[in-house]
Write a protein that binds this ligand. Structure first.
Ligand code: ACO
Length: 319
């Protein structure tokens, strides 16, 4: 037994930061950002907290699924950094929504949502759970060097959630990681031990953009080919393709090598930028709430991020 998606939710901060606003902070301009990335705006946390937004997304997903927090048997929060080092963000969310089940965080950077689905699948397969909540949220604006124009224009805050129940919606899933600390990383920050001889570094994201770009295109193509085949499908049978929303050029380059019709790609990077683990569930919830998902549709998803990690899957919508 695996899972089906019973409900979805999302939450993004109110405050919109435009490319023009960024051009008052670093040496950049709207034209450069739009043409190199497809990003126009991003949402940035000001007065909300990450937990407020995670709880909003979680409660929406519970409502959409028609269950309550008390019905949950598992909570996974896909994030690189919660509100606390400990407890986990999943436990903080659990407290706010009033659930009583096991809860933990999972860090696979931008691939965290797909990694969490695979972990949840294991709990369903072992017959341990009937309902799981997966929330995916990264507060990238607090991991960004706002003086570095090559990264600060790319990111935004936001995330989404899904409630999973027993079912046969998951058709195939594939994860990878290749142990790379050079092209995309954020140091853990200040060290508190008077005995430690190492120096803490500012916990902001560093990226070798072109290396990540090549990795992303190659592995999106590889991952999607693999999971579509494993699901017993042809690429043209994929009704909705939801790629990680990092850069429109990455999506275009991968789409050119795949056989999924271009109009089936879901793209919202223009409005949110790269929200890391949150990007796929935000797009999924938008599709759901706009009534664009029909029972029987095949949804392919593919994410890539620090690690370097990737996660790809095919899910049949059976709501
Ligand atoms: N505004 C204006 N100029 C800029 C900016 C900016 N915001 N940023 C960089 N430049 C300049 C550079 O300094 C460089 O100038 P130079 O030629 O004088 O040296 C020039 O623009 C070209 O820079 P490149 O890095 O070669 O630009 P590129 O076309 O590769 O685009 C980008 C950069 C958008 C980052 C691209 O490499 C990319 O999308 N990479 C993938 C990023 C990604 O997907 N990350 C996902 C993971 S993130 C995560 O996991 C949290």
């Amino acid at each position: 037994m695996s899972f089906s998606i019973l409900g979805t939710g999302r939450a993004v901060p109110e405050y919109v930061v435009s490319n023009d606003k960024l051009s008052t902070m670093v040496e950049t301009n709207d034209e450069w950002i739009r043409t190199r990335t497809g990003i126009h705006n991003r949402r940035i946390i000001t007065t909300e907290t990450m937990t407020d937004l995670c709880v909003t997304a979680a409660n929406q997903a519970l409502d959409d699924a028609g269950i309550t927090a008390k019905d949950l048997d598992l909570i996974i929060c896909a994030t690189m950094k919660g509100m606390y080092i400990t407890p986990s963000e999943a436990c903080v969310i659990q407290k706010e929504i009033g659930a009583t089940c096991p809860a933990f965080d999972l860090n696979a950077a931008c691939s965290g949502f797909i990694y969490s689905l695979d972990v949840a699948d294991g709990f369903f397969a072992r017959g341990k759970i009937k309902h799981a909540l997966v929330i995916a949220f990264d507060n990238l604006s607090n991991m960004t060097d706002w003086t570095d124009r090559s990264t600060c224009v790319l990111f935004g805050d936001g995330g989404g959630a899904v409630v999973l129940g027993e079912g046969d919606g998951l058709k195939s899933i594939h994860l990878t990681a290749n142990g790379n600390t050079d092209v995309l990383y954020a140091p853990r920050g200040e060290l508190t031990s008077p005995f430690d001889t190492h120096k803490g570094e500012k916990p902001v994201l560093h990226m070798v953009g072109q290396e990540v770009y090549k990795f992303a295109v190659t592995n999106m193509v590889r991952g999607i080919r693999k999971v579509v085949k494993a699901a017993g499908l042809e690429q043209k049978e994929i009704t909705h393709m939801i790629p990680h929303q990092a850069n429109i050029r990455i999506i275009d380059a991968a789409a050119a090598k795949l056989d999924i019709p271009r109009e089936n790609y879901v793209v919202n990077v223009g409005e949110y930028g790269n929200t890391s683990a949150g990007s796929i569930p935000i797009a999924l919830d938008e599709m759901n709430k706009q009534g664009k998902l029909k029972k029987g549709d095949y949804i392919a998803m593919c994410a890539f991020g620090a690690g370097l990690t990737t996660g790809s899957c095919v899910i049949q919508w059976d709501k």
